[in-house]
Design a protein around this ligand. Structure first.
Ligand code: FE2
Length: 149
């Protein structure tokens, strides 16, 4: 299975978020193809930066949705976003310092982080956003990603 492929298991039911997740994975697939075809770091740098920008915009979007809904996972999910961004910028700094090390596997490593976040953090968080009764039930309760379902 291609680690960057969109899968039915990633569907949260919140179309605007699912579309953004899908678009991010597509950007990563395009980057991987370009690098596999021989593109250098400086050639794909604009695409890499655009991907980083879109990721940040998307995470902001999720945080706005959570804040608006007074989501009980807001703080822990925002912390997960900060960790994800730190890991992603670590990978980007590494290729910036060693552009010759940019390979399709680098992009797959980024994809692995993104997909793990979607599955482990986003789906439980989005479940509550798409189930108002469950959200109301959990509001005010101590909640972790593990017991959101
Ligand atoms: Fe998220």
């Amino acid at each position: 299975m291609d680690g960057l492929a969109w899968q039915a298991a990633f569907v949260s039911g919140l179309a605007e978020v699912d579309e953004e997740h899908q678009a991010l994975l597509e950007m990563l697939q395009q980057l991987r193809s370009a690098i596999a075809a021989g593109a250098t770091f400086s050639q794909v740098k604009p695409q890499l930066l655009a991907c980083a920008r879109e990721t940040e915009r998307h995470l902001q979007h999720e945080e706005t949705l959570m804040a608006t809904a007074n989501h009980p996972l807001y703080l822990s999910h925002r912390a997960a976003h900060q960790n994800l961004l730190r890991d992603l910028s670590g990978l980007l700094e590494e290729v910036h310092g060693h552009p010759e090390n940019l390979t399709p596997e680098t992009i797959e490593a980024i994809g692995t982080l993104v997909v793990r976040h979607i599955c482990e953090e986003d789906l439980p968080m989005l479940y509550l956003l798409t189930h108002p009764e469950a959200l109301a039930q959990h509001q005010g309760a101590e909640l972790t990603a593990e017991n959101a379902f």
